[in-house]
Design a protein around this ligand. Structure first.
Ligand SMILES: CC(=O)N[C@H]1[C@@H](OP(=O)(O)OP(=O)(O)OC[C@H]2O[C@@H](n3ccc(=O)[nH]c3=O)[C@H](O)[C@@H]2O)O[C@H](CO)[C@@H](O)[C@@H]1O
Ligand SMILES: C=C(OP(=O)(O)O)C(=O)O
Length: 427
């Protein structure tokens, strides 16, 4: 199994291209199931999760064709053709590798009137139930059965009627699923307390490009007037705000200065505000964010929240950055119940972190030391990379497959801005 080796101490400096967003890609790809015409996605990141989603679409009878990208390019263009679906089942084997597979449930029941999808189960960061996906689909007319680890959804008479649903808590995935199902319903659906994440705006914009009728995009009330059919489209995946934020933390901890190419502040206001409060200079110019670290970072008090709040997907990276801040930071995780798996690993590198319930107190230390560490999930892995970039000596991060789910060619991007980082096989 691959490992990443980092020798810390280099200041990051230079240009870092930001890839297409994983979380947008994973909700745009299933949109292809909603039409018999081709959907072409540009700027699709080269990630393990995108490949897994491609396999899942193939399993359902859709073809996925990569067009004209050179190996040295970041991102790819993929055309997905789901002229005829040959299956409406997402099997356990694929779903267990990638939770986002649940996002075929809405489009399948919307277009084919039926879907059978393996229950995803929990993962390292929490239980992650899908009850809200199912309740929202029921509210727009789906009949739901659970049996033998699978959820079976069907539309009586083959087509969903549409309906209204108010989410009791904000869920990104459940909002995505119900929106994708509602666009082909007979009637109108009103979804209240919908998630407002930029990736949901990207999803709605793509659906509108395919002929869907959606009002209230970017707000907590989405009104979706069902249409008889959607057509094909070409759509560019938005830049990855979490990748960009991760590299901002990486540059900041090394005292560096980088240009994050292709992102602006708009979708990253909470991340940018936190960086600025910690003393980092962040300027937006000519389609890039310029990040300049201070001599010493200041401590922060941060609590994760749905968008536009501070993203849970940035918590681990900020925690790593704050291990060297000048004082004590207080981080509170409100979204996932078990998202501190990186804490013991950061502690092994010399960080001073105490967790009590959902809150972590991070007391800044003078330096970190390199160590062999084990990644447990995607963002936890990135926090270990960030710590490794400043640690004294070598850090060896295992279970690199977590990183490959969400960071396109991480070691190549970081080496290009001066990091001493490489990927090694088991040897
Ligand atoms: C592929 C993708 O886009 N993943 C993102 C998505 O995950 P995901 O869509 O899984 O996250 P949700 O927004 O649904 O989860 C938010 C909270 O709601 C709970 N919940 C969710 C659904 C449900 O049916 N019942 C329920 O109780 C979850 O356990 C969690 O505590 O949003 C998360 C929150 O911003 C991000 O961390 C993930 O990176
Ligand atoms: C939790 C994440 O992703 P997923 O929902 O795909 O597990 C993430 O991107 O940090």
């Amino acid at each position: 199994m691959d490992r990443i080796l980092i020798r810390g101490g280099n200041r990051l400096s230079g240009r870092l291209p930001i890839s297409g967003a994983k979380n947008a890609a994973l909700t745009l790809m299933p949109c292809a199931l909603l039409t018999d015409e081709p959907l072409t996605l540009r700027n699709l990141p080269r990630l393990a999760d995108v490949d897994s989603f491609g396999h899942l679409l193939n399993q359902l009878g859709a073809s996925t064709q990569i067009e004209g990208s050179r190996p040295e390019d970041f991102g790819r263009v993929m055309t997905i053709r789901a002229g005829k679906l040959t299956s409406t089942e997402a099997p356990y084997d694929i779903v267990r590798k990638m939770r986002a597979s649940i996002l075929v449930l809405g489009p399948l029941v919307g277009r084919a009137g039926e879907a059978t999808v393996s229950l995803p189960g929990g993962c390292a960061i929490g239980n992650r139930p899908i009850d809200l996906h199912l309740k929202a689909l029921e509210a727009i007319g789906a009949e739901i059965e659970l049996a033998a680890g699978y959820v079976k959804a069907s539309a009586p008479g083959g087509r969903l009627p549409g309906g209204n649903y108010t989410f009791p808590i904000v869920s990104v995935g459940a909002t995505e699923n119900v929106v994708m199902a509602a666009v082909l319903a007979k009637g109108t659906s009103v979804i209240e307390n919908a998630a407002r994440e930029p990736e949901i705006v990207d999803l709605c914009n793509c659906l509108v490009a395919m002929g869907a009728k959606i009002d209230g995009i970017g707000t907590e009330t989405l009104t979706i007037e069902g249409t008889d059919r959607l057509h094909g489209a070409t759509y560019r995946v938005m830049p990855d705000r979490i990748e960009a934020g991760s590299y901002a933390c990486a540059a900041a901890i090394t005292g560096g200065s980088v240009e994050l190419v292709g992102v602006g502040k708009d979708n990253m206001r909470a991340t940018v505000a936190a960086l600025v409060e910690a003393g980092v200079k962040v300027d937006e110019r000519a389609g890039s964010l310029f990040i300049d670290a201070p001599d010493r970072l200041g401590p922060l008090t941060l609590s994760t929240a749905p968008f536009p709040g501070f993203a849970t997907d940035m918590q681990a990276q900020f925690m790593a950055m704050l291990t060297l801040a000048n004082g004590a930071s207080v981080l509170t995780e409100t979204i996932f119940e078990n998202r501190y798996m990186h804490v013991p690993e950061l502690a092994r590198m010399g960080a001073d972190i105490q967790v009590s319930g959902r809150t972590a107190i991070v007391r800044g230390v003078a330096g970190l030391t390199g160590a062999p560490v084990m990644a447990t999930d995607l963002r936890a892995s990135m926090s270990l990379i960030i710590a490794g970039l400043v640690a004294d000596g070598q850090t060896e991060v295992g279970r690199v497959y977590h990183l490959d789910r969400g960071y396109e060619r991480l070691e190549e991007k970081l080496s290009a801005v001066g990091a001493d980082i490489e990927r090694a096989g088991d040897g």
